[in-house]
Design a protein around this ligand. Sequence first.
Ligand SMILES: [Fe+2]
Length: 237
Amino acid sequence: MGIVRVTEEENVLSGIRDIVVMGDPGCSGLDGNASRVYGTLLGTPGDIFIVNGDIVRMGTEEEYSEFSRFTGCATAKPVYCSRGNHDMRDYDRFFGLHNYIILSGAFAAAVLDTASRVFEPKALDFLGAMLDKHRDKRFIVLFHIPPKNELTGRGIADEEWAKLKRVMDPHMGRIDCVITGHIHAYYQYELDGYRIFISGGAGAELDEVGSPEARVFHALKIAVRDGKPSGVDVVKA
Ligand SMILES: [Fe+2]
C-alpha cells in the first residue's frame, strides 16, 4: 500500500496491534545510508507506519515522488505522514491533510502540523474537538518539533507548548504520550506531567548530541492491546 494521502480528518482502522513511528528519514537526502536505514525500519513488523516529519529535504515534487516510490516498494502496509519543517511546497498533493486522527478501538493517534514551528489555531481546535468527541479513547499525540528538552536547545517556543498544554490538560489522564522528531536522535523525557519522545532517527544524519545512547538510528514500536496503547519499544536499524 505505501503512502496514504489523508483526505478525512477521522480515519477509522480496525485490528491495529502495532504502530511503528519514525521521524526524519529524508531531510539530509534519501540516498546512501538514509535509504538503508529507512528501508530497514519499514521492514519492522507492524500494522501501520507513521513518518513523523522531515520526509525529504526541500519538499519538491521529484523528492516526494521518489520517497513515495521507495516507500511503496519497501512495505505493503499503510504509511501515514506528518509535516516537518522541511516538508513545504508539494506536501499536500502527496500526503493530504496536515491535521488528522487515526482511530482503532479505544486507541487514537492525533497527528498535528508544526512545520512552521507553531501550532496554528486550526490544529489546536482540531485536537480539542477530537479529545472532546472521543472521550472513551486513549490518545497519542504526534507532531514534528519537540517542546523544550535537555538533549538540545532546539524545540518549539515555550508559548507554543503552553498553547498545546491548554488543550491537552483537561484530558491529561487519557494522553499516553507525545511523540516528536526533528532532533536526529532518540530521547525520552517528562515535561509538565507528559511523557515525551524525541524520535528523529529514521535515516537523516544523526545529530551531535551529548549522550552516545541518543545517537541511534531507530523507530518506535507502539503496542496496542485491548484497544489501548500498552507500551513503546525502541527498534534499532
Ligand atoms: Fe530533520
